[in-house]
Write a protein that binds this ligand. Structure first.
Ligand code: ADP
Length: 506
């Protein structure tokens, strides 16, 4: 069969699916449109709205490629990842600019997003020469024992729009390093970023069928991927509602499933804290990426002795943040991603007001020159928030910080822990004993001391406790446990039948 490759060789983000090493249009020809959230008149690109048939082709391409990819030595797989890192480095700026146009995070943050993918490729490229198992002594003589990691098969990866290159990289690089092949279904809000990322991997030399990309919407392409019988594993990052639905489907089919979901992260500021530092952290944590990070600081738990002055300074600084076109480097806050997100945030402003919280600043769409065609929302601070309010409990995913006053360290810990999520947490204090108590007692997958709730690095485990996840960790070495199966190997060189637990007693 002649190869059909519909992408132009120099295209940064083809408006096509990538299946079995070919850039192909969807058979139905139905498209989704990606628009710039800072200026919705600008179309970033059109991408296939794929259905089950495309998902099926991609999974079968992954299954075919798995036969040979799983046999490529891991160090050689690592070499390909290193080449991918080089391509990403070379394209960092154009990919970051595309990301800013497509989902609205300021350019400096978009560069960080691509950088995270580069870090990730570097990390797992080295892991190709480790991927260690254990060797150990058998309890029987003349017998050898070891454990090795083996790949799982074709992995279905479903990703959100808020880290449109970094999150796919957290999943794809360790997955393929372990010898798996993948089908990526990225968020419908950021198809161009996903296409650009996969295109970079193609240039990096990832063989055909090892990474497949199917564009489309969640209920269609996403749902088909989750239900596909040839998928061995689903790795999902997104909302708790969808995650729990995916877990149900995977549970029924006895399929491996790792979920990374919501957060209601908090920053504690104690009375002995460096307030300048804590303020800087709060601004970055609450309003960076317009609050649309799963680790965003949505609650500020402030000691009563410093609360008044801290809130005054916070409000002044929040009002001074420069909102506007995120591709203009002078601006600090870009738009939120789409109209639905805007409405959701507006909904929570009303909920907060109705619950009796006091709005100190923001709380509304930003108006002004150049903002009229985008989804800009003013940085918002609610005061007099109590731990039980919905704005204290539910994930808002917007530039909204809720201030809760506490009178002691113990109360701060209780408030921070009093939510159903447990992703990230932070405490500002100069008291080392208190810091270690916090590390021990905060119910979260991540704790920062004297740093904001955001800023994870790729070589440490990432994930959360309680309803944030289902017990897995991405990044670091921990992610290898998602993307590989352990096999225990015994080699008996005694030349006779030896019986464990029977021939020996202790
Ligand atoms: P967010 O609120 O961050 O957009 P979602 O959970 O809605 O989070 O979406 C995260 C990812 O899950 C996206 O790629 C989306 O297309 C996908 N998705 C949404 N619904 C489903 C579904 N029913 N089955 C599989 N994937 C889905």
């Amino acid at each position: 069969m002649a190869r059909r490759n519909f992408a132009k060789p120099d295209e940064l983000a083809p408006g096509l699916n990538y299946i079995g090493g070919e850039w192909l249009p969807d058979q139905d020809g139905v498209l989704i449109e990606s628009r710039n959230p800072a200026n919705t008149r600008e179309i970033v690109g059109r991408f296939p709205r794929s259905r089950g048939s495309e998902v099926d082709r991609a999974v079968m391409a992954g299954k075919e490629a798995f036969k040979s990819w799983r046999l490529v030595p891991a160090p050689q797989r690592g070499v390909i990842l290193r080449k991918c890192a080089d391509v990403l480095r070379a394209r960092k700026e154009e990919m970051a600019r595309l990301m800013t146009r497509e989902m609205g995070k300021p350019l400096v943050e978009a560069r960080g997003d691509v950088q995270e993918a580069i870090d990730c490729a570097d990390l797992y490229s080295g892991e190709g020469r480790r991927l260690f198992g254990d060797t150990t002594h058998s309890e029987l003589p003349n017998k050898f024992a070891m454990s090795i990691r083996t790949p799982v098969g074709v992995c279905g990866l479903i990703t959100p729009w808020n880290f449109p290159v970094a999150i796919p990289s957290w999943k794809i690089f360790p997955a393929i390093l372990c010898g798996n092949t993948v089908v990526l279904k990225p968020a419908e809000d950021t198809p161009a970023c996903a296409a650009a990322f996969v295109k970079a991997l193609e240039y990096g030399g990832v063989p055909p069928g090892v990474v497949n990309l199917v564009q489309g919407v969640g209920e269609e392409a996403g749902a088909c991927l989750v239900a596909h019988p040839e998928i061995s594993l689903i790795s999902f990052t997104g909302s708790s509602a969808i995650g729990s639905h995916i877990a149900e489907v995977c549970g029924k089919n006895l399929r491996r499933c790792s979920l990374e979901m919501g957060g209601k992260n908090a920053q504690i500021v104690m009375d002995d804290a460096d307030l300048d530092l804590a303020l800087e952290g709060a601004l970055w944590g609450a309003f960076g990426t317009a609050g649309q990070r799963c680790t965003a600081t949505s609650r500020l738990i402030l000691h009563k002795k410093i609360k008044h002055v801290f809130v005054q300074r916070l409000v002044r600084a929040a009002k001074a943040l420069r909102l506007g076109d995120p591709s203009d480097e002078g601006n600090q806050i870009g738009p939120v991603v789409n109209a639905a997100q805007m409405e959701r945030i507006e909904g929570y402003i009303k909920i907060g007001r109705d619950e009796g919280a006091r709005l100190l600043c923001g709380g509304k769409r930003a108006k002004g020159m150049g903002l009229e065609h985008g989804f800009f929302f003013e940085p918002t601070v609610f005061d007099q928030v109590t731990p039980g309010m919905r704005i204290s409990q539910e994930e808002i995913f917007g530039p909204v910080a809720s201030v809760i006053e506490i009178a002691s360290f113990e109360e701060a810990v209780e408030v921070l822990n009093g939510v159903k999520y447990g992703l990230s947490s932070s405490i500002y204090t100069r008291d080392v004993n208190r810091a270690f108590h916090a590390i021990r007692d905060l119910e979260a997958g991540i704790t920062y001391v004297n740093g904001p709730t955001i800023g994870a690095e790729v070589h440490l485990p990432f994930g959360g406790v309680k309803n944030t996840g289902n017990g897995h960790r991405e990044a670091g070495r921990a992610v290898l446990d998602i993307f590989s199966e352990w096999k225990s190997v015994y080699v008996d060189y005694s030349g006779k039948l030896q019986k464990a637990q029977i021939d020996v007693e202790s």
